[in-house]
Design a protein around this ligand. Sequence first.
Ligand SMILES: [Zn+2]
Ligand SMILES: [Zn+2]
Length: 101
Amino acid sequence: MPTECALCRRRIPDERLGDPQAVQEHHLRPERRAESPTVMLCRPCHKQVHALFTNEELREDYDTIERLRGADRLHDYRSWIRGTDKLDIRVSTSDHVRERR
Ligand SMILES: [Zn+2]
Ligand SMILES: [Zn+2]
């Protein structure tokens, strides 16, 4: 069974899972890890989510995978990543996220 990223829905072939960080667990309610549901995201999606949203935004507004899939801010990214087989990307952190760190 290939692993599927919950956000971009790409299937990650088993032979690419030799890289243990290629697919990562995302806590839908950051900072509430003990009680938070988790989803498996490919590394590009996980990086992108944390580059575009503060933990507070994730917890308050995007704490389900359906909400993340519907997020306007991720729309262009998702269209792009689906057309690639990249398992690592460079992201630039949004100013509003950087300010909250
Ligand atoms: Zn993904
Ligand atoms: Zn995460």
